[in-house]
Design a protein around this ligand. Structure first.
Ligand code: A3P
Length: 252
């Protein structure tokens, strides 16, 4: 049913209406959403995911609602960066240590030329702590979902996926009511490894972006090394805004 799924196209005319079995992959940007889609896509599709076909298999509701409407496979896996919205159920909410998110978002801003190359991390961290970045305050996003979890809600931590990807993928499959085939699942984890995704990322430049250095890659570091970016003052400022959400998620 779900392996080698052919997501044939349907009609694009109607507005998006969530189906009862839709599964939403929800996160604040730079929390590992693309990795999660590669993992599930490599597991379910019978194809090797890359940076083009992944959008066809698990499209972005905000960027490309038409592609979502055209998915004919079930359950549909749909990505969104939306803060809480009441019409979504079966939500897999992916979180990552907010300070690593800030570091990753900083490099993404430079990659996409939203800020100049010489923009300092200190200036970005200040903007991030005040919610003056694309998706606003990180803690508001996190808390919007944690305070209003839909009846079916699964919290997944990026760091746990890194530490035990197979276990986390099993948890996700169980939540999404998908058959668990361990050998196949291990292959999906391997195909979606940081190294493999970084190679694909380098081979598939997108949106006219040709990275000149590692920090400009989409699959950049995959790390948890925020401490080399945050000095004491930045840390204090960050925690003033985001401390409660960080504690709630077990990051403090
Ligand atoms: P870094 O910039 O810290 O490296 P998103 O897809 O939600 O925008 O998240 C992007 C982040 O996920 C980037 O973080 C990226 O490197 C990381 N990532 C992508 N693929 C990964 C993988 N296979 N393993 C670990 N991290 C990965």
């Amino acid at each position: 049913m779900f392996f080698s799924r052919s997501c044939a196209t349907g009609s694009a005319a109607s507005p998006f209406v969530p189906a009862e079995d839709d599964v939403f992959l929800v996160s604040y940007p730079r929390s590992g959403n693309t990795w999660l889609r590669f993992l599930l896509g490599n597991y379910l599709s019978g194809q090797k995911m890359d940076f083009f076909n992944v959008h066809a298999f698990m499209p972005d509701l905000d960027e490309n609602p038409e592609a979502v409407k055209q998915l004919a496979c079930h359950p549909r896996f749909i990505k969104t960066h939306s803060p809480f919205r009441p019409d979504l159920n079966n939500v897999i909410y992916l979180v990552r240590n907010g300070r690593d998110v800030a570091v990753s978002y900083y490099h993404f801003y430079i990659r996409t030329k939203k800020v100049p190359k010489n923009f300092t991390f200190a200036a970005f961290a200040d903007a991030f702590a005040k919610g003056r970045v694309g998706y606003g305050l990180w803690n508001n996003h996190v808390e919007s979902w944690l305070e209003n979890p839909p009846s079916r809600f699964l919290l997944v931590r990026y760091e746990d996926v890194k530490a035990k990807p197979v276990d986390e993928l099993v948890r996700i499959c169980n939540f999404a009511k998908i058959k668990v085939d361990l050998p196949r699942l291990r292959s999906a984890v391997e195909a979606s490894s940081f190294e493999n995704m970084a190679k694909l990322d380098a081979a598939q430049p997108r949106r006219g972006i040709v990275p000149k250095e590692k920090n400009e890659m989409f699959v950049r570091e995959g790390g948890t090394n925020y401490s080399s970016y945050f000095d004491e003052a930045m840390n204090a400022e960050f925690l003033k805004a985001h401390g409660a959400a960080m504690r709630r998620l077990g990051y403090l």
